[in-house]
Design a protein. Structure first.
Length: 283
């Protein structure tokens, strides 16, 4: 009797997983309301309670990354909708993950892996000829020292095209030269090229920042990484600050459109964007 009971329990659990895993985005209908409600209830819990580790620090939840998640799974429907869960299920299926519609530890870390995999591993320091010195008016801090206002030339050209498009879509003001005026702070450059020596100095000044805060082998060495103002405190990784940033119209525009101009996000820092046109094509 005991063996039969265990067998029935195992078979029932297996069938439940199979039912959830077999749902596709094309088969969302009212008959599965109870199942979708259960999935969405669990996702609502996971968005705040999922424990994970990144950058030398313990992390909790994934609610800060919802704009990136929605773009990744190709849906504009909100978390809590059947369509969101179905889109996530399809994304899981395409990557060989259990297609449960649950954004659990395995699925979340696969997303992080994909975002991080798009980032360039090249840390070649550009020669002086490949760097363009940007006007102080294009920086969030117009008094930033000259040597810290340099951007790799192709990256700067792409940035200018992106700012022009964003200004049209978001009604940001530009001056007669197509530059962001002093009165506009959104999308201004906070930081661009940083030498290894300067990066080491920053790490010495902030010894508790961790790898997620100040990289040892920074993409800023290349002049192709730009920190852009998207709201809140410019470069604070505190959750409360990032929660402000990821909800600004500028950040959400970047998530949806920056790839068209060759820029990819660093998922952990809403302000950090890297020029990697080849990776952006395949996002």
């Amino acid at each position: 009797m005991k063996q039969k009971r265990v067998g029935k329990i195992w078979l029932g659990s297996w069938l439940l997983v199979l039912m959830i895993g077999s749902v596709s985005a094309d088969k969302v209908n009212d008959s599965g309301d109870a199942r979708w409600a259960e999935i969405n209830t669990r996702n609502e819990q996971l968005k705040s309670n999922l424990d994970w580790f990144f950058g030398g620090k313990s992390q909790r939840g994934w609610s800060l990354y919802l704009p990136l998640i929605s773009t990744l799974i190709e849906t504009d429907q909100p978390l809590g909708s059947k369509e969101f869960a179905a889109a996530l299920t399809r994304w899981q299926q395409l990557r060989g993950l259990p297609a449960t519609g649950l954004l659990n530890q395995e699925t979340w870390m696969k997303m992080v892996e994909q975002w991080q995999g798009c980032r360039s591993k090249d840390r070649t320091i550009p020669t002086a000829e490949k760097l363009h010195t940007v006007s102080g008016t294009e920086f969030y801090d117009p008094e930033r020292p000259l040597e810290l206002r340099q951007v790799e030339r192709e990256t700067y050209a792409a940035y200018k095209r992106m700012v022009s498009a964003a200004s049209r879509d978001l009604n940001l003001s530009l001056d007669a030269n197509g530059m962001l005026p002093a009165s506009e702070t959104y999308l201004k450059i906070i930081s661009a090229f940083r030498s290894p020596e300067y990066q080491q100095k920053l790490r010495q000044q902030s010894p508790n920042s961790g790898r997620a805060g100040l990289a040892v082998n920074s993409p800023h060495f290349t002049g192709r990484a730009l920190d852009l103002y998207v709201g809140g405190e410019p470069v604070s990784t505190k959750d409360a600050n990032r929660a402000v940033q990821v909800n600004t119209k500028v950040y959400r525009w970047l998530v949806k459109n920056a790839g068209k101009f060759g820029f990819i996000p660093y998922f952990y820092e809403p302000w950090h964007w890297e020029y990697n046109p080849q990776a952006a094509k395949h996002r």
